[in-house]
Design a protein around this ligand. Structure first.
Ligand code: FPP
Ligand code: ZN
Length: 418
């Protein structure tokens, strides 16, 4: 099967390629890079030929068994991921919801108990019991608890202390550090806006200056870097754009430049996405990059550019599904970065999330459904901003909107109290 073999007209075909070519000089590193790219393409080609017959198939049962085993061992020591244990909960629970596999109540309750042990006495969640609170596991823990979606799960989140934690990492320029004394990058703005909006603790001052700081991360390439001035990267671009969507300021981005950048990251040969210009395809960018397109779709729609959305495919949905189904599935379950790489829960979660985006791209008003292979390949929908079931987002918002927003206790206000 030929990669990107569909005859869809998508944005990438209408845009000039803007690959950075080291001022036109073929350097040793660019020659080496091309050799690596060619060898990856050869392997991808072989995988596509082997796995495409009779038609691409999602290995549901295998993925389910792999995830089920992971969930059972969650509270045991995951030594190599000791600081990412709420992430494991989120990656596994979200993968299971995409596969529409229910989690038994007793297992869900064990996960709640484990996540509760990761909550810091001063607010927010840490990577494991007894560690310091950090925005990334805080996002993962809140998402995991909202996917579980029981009163027990919601009740674990100490919203007042969560707001204190968010204030403790807020900087005056609008950015956030990932943890007290830690680094600033745009992931933190996404984690903070996502958890604050889901749990109804958004206050007017908490995100003051945040939109303008995020906007400074949009580079000359069109995508966003981790901080202002850095190279555009899919992971950071998703985080910055989704945070702006939550703050209702995404229209302030240069949307055309962003669209041109992201569609150019879909690799013509492999069908999957690269994270940044001149780097290799990787299954996890199926979500970080392709997941940007529903956000852009909505942003254009809000601007009234309906024709743009209704008449054109924004990316090669079929080619992305071919890459994920033919090149990223481990036959024993779990998904991977690229052929030959080991499976892990991170790639399993983001390959499946990207597959869901590629199958169900669009919104209520204009839909481009395209499920490659048999109907059994169809995954559940994912919410384009939070990356969990849209029903779980609605249910969490319904629950937390009934609770009052905690009083604003900025560090400045606290100083006045003492
Ligand atoms: C919510 C949250 C915390 C989101 C995380 C977003 C994310 C995936 C950021 C990516 C960070 C990064 C610079 C990877 C580059 O790795 P690399 O140089 O190994 O990969 P590359 O060659 O593909 O660029
Ligand atoms: Zn990856």
């Amino acid at each position: 099967m030929e990669a990107g073999g569909s005859s869809l007209r998508c944005f990438r075909d209408c845009q000039p390629e803007e690959k950075f070519v080291d001022d036109g000089v073929e350097t040793v590193s660019s020659v080496e890079q091309k050799k690596v790219e060619r060898s990856i393409q050869e392997v991808v080609n072989v995988y596509k030929q082997i796995h495409s017959l009779p038609e691409p198939m999602l290995l549901r049962q295998q993925h389910y068994q792999y995830l089920k085993k992971g969930l059972r061992h969650l509270s045991e020591a995951y030594e190599c991921l000791d600081a990412s244990r709420p992430w494991l909960c989120f990656w596994i629970l979200h993968s299971l919801e995409l596969l529409e596999e229910p989690v038994p109540c007793s297992v869900a309750s064990d996960v709640c108990h484990f996540l509760s042990s990761c909550q810091s006495p001063t607010g927010g969640f840490s990577g494991g019991p007894g560690q310091h609170a950090h925005l990334a596991p805080t996002y993962a823990a809140v998402n995991a608890l909202c996917i579980i979606g029981t009163e027990e799960a919601y009740g674990i989140i100490d919203r007042e202390k969560l707001l204190d934690f968010l204030w403790s990492v807020k900087q005056s320029d609008g950015s956030f550090v990932m943890h007290i004394g830690g680094e600033v990058d745009v992931r933190s703005a996404y984690c903070a806006t996502a958890v604050a909006s889901l749990t109804n603790i958004m206050t007017p001052k908490l995100f003051e200056n945040t939109p303008s700081w995020i906007l400074r991360c949009q580079s000359w390439e069109g995508g966003l870097g981790g901080v202002p001035g850095l190279e555009a990267h899919g992971g950071y671009t998703f985080c910055g754009t989704a945070a702006l969507v939550i703050l209702d300021k995404e229209h302030m981005l240069d949307l055309n430049a962003l669209l041109r950048w992201v569609v150019s990251r879909q690799m013509k040969f492999e069908g999957g996405f690269q994270g940044r210009c001149n780097k290799l395809v990787d299954g996890c960018y199926s979500f970080w990059q392709a997941g940007l397109l529903p956000l852009l779709h909505r942003a254009y729609y809000k601007q009234g550019e309906r024709a743009l959305n209704e008449q054109r495919w924004m990316f090669e949905q079929q080619a992305l599904q071919e890459y994920i189904l033919l090149c990223c599935q481990n036959p024993a379950g779990g998904l991977v970065d690229k052929p030959g790489k080991a499976r892990d829960f991170y790639h399993t979660c983001y390959c499946l999330s990207g597959l869901s985006v590629a199958q169900h791209f669009g919104n209520l008003l204009s839909h481009h459904e395209l499920v490659l292979g048999k109907e059994e390949n169809r995954l559940a929908l994912t919410h384009p901003v939070y990356n969990m079931g849209p029903d779980k987002v609605a249910q969490a918002l319904h629950h937390f909107l009934q609770l009052p927003v905690p009083l604003e206790k900025s560090p400045q206000a606290k100083k006045l109290e003492t």
